[in-house]
Each structure stands twice: as C-alpha cells, then as structure tokens.
Design a binder for this molecule. Sequence first.
Ligand SMILES: [Zn+2]
Length: 241
Amino acid sequence: MVYKYIYQLAIDFLFPPRCVITDQAITKHANNRFLSATAQGFLPLLHIYCPRCSLPLSTPSKSACGECQKHPPQYKRVISPLIYAEPIRSMIQDTKFNNILHNAAFFADLLLKNIQQHYQHQALPQLILPVPLHNKRLQQRGYNQAREISRLLSQQLSISHNDQSLIRIKATDEQSGLNAKQRQHNLKNAFAVAQSLLPIKHVAIVDDVMTTGATVNSVAQTLLDEGVEQVDVWVVARTAK
Ligand SMILES: [Zn+2]
C-alpha cells in the first residue's frame, strides 16, 4: 500500500496530470484531477434550465418549458452539467482519437457529480445505454464518445452498461442544418433494440451533446415500445435552443 502511494507520488511528480482545457500542469491546489484552477472558471455550467429537457433558461422555473408542454418528450428528464458553448464545444468536436479516453473520463466525472446530486432521493436507473452511432459513422470516426462516457459511469455507479442492446438501423443524414421538425422526421425509426431489455424498467441513455432532443426522444420512444417504463437522459452538454 505504502509503496503504491509513493509510486503514485513519483509518477505525479515526473508526469504531472495536465488540464484538459489549458494543458497546464495541474497542481494540488486545483482540487480537480482534470482541470487547472484557471480552467474551472471557464466551464459553461448549466445553472438554470427546464426541469424536463434541461433547456437553458434565463429565469428559474418549476414548470416545463413551452416546447415540453406543447410536445411532452418521451423521456422523463435530462441531466446535463454544461451548456454547449466554448471551450467545451471545441473539446467535444475536436476530440482526437488519442485524447478520447482522457476527455471521456473528464466528461464522465462532471456528469457523475450531477447525477449523484439529482438522484439523492430517487432510485438510479437499472441500466445505462450509450446512444449508438450507425456502423458506417462508427467506422469513419473509429470510436463512439458516448460509449466511453457510458462505460465509465457504469463503473463508477455500479450500474450495468450495455452497448449491444441498442442499435442504429438508419444511417441518418447529418442533423446539423435541419430544424426540429426535420430532425424528428429524419430520426423516425432510426433505432432498434437488438436484445430484449426485460425485466429492466428504468434506463438511462447517454450522449455527448443534446441539441433539439430529437435523437434522445427517438431512442426513448424505441425503449418505451420495448416495455421500459422510464427513460432518463444523461448528456455532457445541452445547446441553448
Ligand atoms: Zn423543456
């Protein structure tokens, strides 16, 4: 035990952990294993949001936003620690293959703190599923960031994780540039369940970014059709609209 501690101290001294945003060496004062003290002030934290879809709002509200009231989503709620803004936007977009594990660990760590807060008095989901990429996209990109975050959360929360159950059967066109209605149409029947989830009743789906919510809504619909009773959404960042 003592040797392990000394070994870790030596490793940290020789190769101090570096900030995921500024690339500065992280000192003990930062009190965070991913962020320098300076970078902690740069995080676009999501403080005021719709209690259902986590849409960033300008004033606190106990009731759901207009869009959620007009078209209630299939999921129960969204947990998102961040607003999709710089420097997180670049980090999510530019994640290079070599950094994927380190960045995923940082994102999982942020999400974990929010999840623990939100579920203090409520049961955690029984299963975590990453939002899958279509095989074609996965081959182009080489990895699915959502899968890495989901895997880490599963370890930290001791909840099962399954990256085989949910599949993307439709290679949807690029979503950016489409409005909410077009996105919804684009994603209709885009997902399917490859393995029965029974008797699981409560599932969390994990993704990196949530924009209009069309993707997670389509996944939630697929899961509800399979007999799941509650779908929660866990994302790293939420766009402002
Ligand atoms: Zn809402």
